[in-house]
Design a protein around this ligand. Structure first.
Ligand code: SF4
Ligand code: SF4
Length: 95
């Protein structure tokens, strides 16, 4: 299991409240989607983010560019893909 797989596994075993507060913290402190030109009002209103782990956005998106490769989580989890808000989570993209 690599670091990403371990983190996803640990998150899946957490009580819901703990998992939700971790997700909120990651969205605020790590995820840089909010600074991305593709991040829409709809995504903002729905407090979306952390798509590399959580998967696709529920919003309709006009994808412009993706800033994921510059995100600390990208390096830390050795992510390989991008445009997670439209493409889905890293784990899903790995297949
Ligand atoms: S890699 Fe992309 S989706 Fe994942 S936390 Fe960073 S900016 Fe957000
Ligand atoms: S996943 Fe990539 S394209 Fe989508 S909002 Fe985040 S940084 Fe932008």
């Amino acid at each position: 299991m690599d670091k990403l797989e371990k983190a996803v596994d640990q998150m899946s075993k957490m009580p819901e409240k703990q998992r939700n507060s971790l997700i909120e913290m990651e969205k605020k402190k790590v995820c840089i989607c909010r600074r991305c030109p593709s991040y829409s009002e709809c995504m903002k209103d729905s407090n979306e983010g952390f798509f590399c782990i959580l998967g696709k956005s529920d919003c309709k998106i006009n994808v412009d560019t993706c800033m994921c490769t510059g995100c600390p989580a990208y390096q830390s989890f050795k992510l390989k893909n991008d445009f997670y808000c439209v493409a889905g989570s890293e784990m899903n993209l790995r297949g």
